[in-house]
Design a protein around this ligand. Structure first.
Ligand SMILES: *Cc1c(COP(=O)(O)O)cnc(C)c1O
Length: 399
């Protein structure tokens, strides 16, 4: 009998490739990181849409899509827009983010979160992520605000920069919900509006309720790589009727309703989702439960396949949540972070469209001067994370 070595001492990149193969089989060609599935009424609704001639910014599919989203999530209102970035931009505007403000955001996110802050003329302020959720760390948020924030009549101010902290934007990374209760409590304590970047997490739940269902502002995305796609698209979720009305107004050029007159009462945006895209979205939403089931089966297969692989962990959904497992992820132990690129190379050579995490936002030239707390956990995640093929069409192999 050999002497057992510490679990992490025996890490081997080939074992990672073999584990993925055990979970999903040997691909015939390349297994993409995430591709859409069109197996429902897509063509029928598109056909109906084209025949109606209402292919553009008004039409019954837009209304139906918004109703379906509100019903599915339990949010009072859903407002369909042209993409997730536009949804975030609108949320920040309505939350009162103004030029010269700061918005607290994770450094580990897709560029859209940070760009939408910049579109408001505001500066992102980066907070660390949690290893448990891969999203904003509630404790790091609390510690950072205690260190730098001050309540003043005009709002909560960053004492170091003198700027108002106008919003906090947690993001549910790869579909895994953040610690919403803790983050909400901190936001309430400091009276800072919360905008949820739920672009990746349609279908995820937190303590039994859909992510975004309790939000004053949440943003969804229906880009081609998301769990449900409209080609390109997004939506704003809100539980505030008045904010919902405002969101619809400013995303539809702020036009006052009238039989023929073109009167606009403020500078609005043309962020309308075309009816064609909404038609696709309706057909996709009808299949969401099936997508979720398949993606959970796939996540379970990865989880089993990596259970006994030394030096690597599969990222499970946080306790008390149900993830949509939009993207599956593994984390190499810190000791093997230097082998991440070799693992990516081997996985791709074997036909698995594996990808690293996003480059952290504070490393990008546009945001390198932005204020930030300690980001050591985000930096560690960035070094070690690998996303694995996660499409709803992938048939997981049962053990
Ligand atoms: C996809 C995504 C968005 C929105 O992206 P769009 O391409 O504009 O729809 C926003 N935030 C995160 C974290 C995302 O992954």
């Amino acid at each position: 009998m050999s002497i057992p070595t510490a679990k992490s001492d025996r890490f081997d990149v080939r074992a990672v490739v073999a584990a993925v193969q055990r979970a999903v089989g040997t691909p015939n060609g390349t297994l993409a990181l995430h591709e859409p599935v069109f197996a429902g009424n897509e063509l029928a609704y598109l056909d109906e849409c084209i025949k109606s001639t209402f292919v553009s910014s008004v039409g019954k599919f837009v209304d139906r899509f918004e109703d379906m989203l509100a019903e599915y999530t339990g949010a009072k209102r859903a407002i369909a827009v042209v993409n997730g970035t536009a949804a975030l931009h609108t949320c920040f505007r309505l939350a009162g983010v103004e030029p010269g403000n700061e918005v607290i955001s994770p450094a580990l996110t897709f560029i859209a979160t940070t760009n939408a802050i910049a579109y408001c003329g505001a500066t992102p302020h980066f907070i660390d992520s949690s290893l448990k959720t891969l999203g904003m760390d509630a404790q790091a948020l609390g510690t950072r605000l205690d260190a730098i924030a001050q309540r003043k009549p005009e709002g909560t101010i960053n004492r170091e920069t003198g700027r108002r902290i106008a919003a906090i934007v947690p993001m549910h990374t790869f579909g895994h919900p953040v610690d919403m209760d803790e983050i909400s409590a901190i936001a309430r304590q400091w009276e800072i509006p919360l905008v949820e970047d739920a672009a990746e997490s349609l279908g995820s739940t937190y303590k039994g309720r859909a992510v975004g269902s309790r939000a004053q502002f949440a943003a969804l995305s229906f880009n081609g790589n998301k769990i449900v796609t409209t080609g390109g698209g997004g939506a704003i979720l809100t539980n505030d009727e008045e904010l919902g009305r405002r969101a619809k107004h400013i995303t539809t050029t702020a036009k006052l309703p009238h039989k023929w007159a073109f009167v606009h009462d403020e500078i609005g945006f043309n962020y309308r989702l075309p009816n064609l895209n909404a038609a696709l979205g309706c057909a996709q939403l009808e299949q969401l439960d099936g997508f979720l089931k398949n993606k959970r089966r796939l996540a379970d297969a990865y989880d089993r396949a990596f259970a006994n692989i030394p030096g690597v962990q599969f990222a499970r959904e946080p306790e008390g949540t149900s993830s949509n497992y939009w993207l599956n992820a593994i984390l190499l132990d810190e000791a093997h972070a230097s082998l991440r690129d070799e693992a990516l190379t081997e996985l791709n050579a074997a036909g698995f469209g594996a990808r690293p995490a996003w480059t952290l936002m504070h490393r990008l030239p546009m945001f390198s001067e932005s204020p930030r707390g300690d980001l050591s956990v985000s930096e560690s995640i960035e070094r070690r994370l690998i996303n694995l093929p996660s499409s709803a069409s992938i048939q997981a192999r049962d053990d």
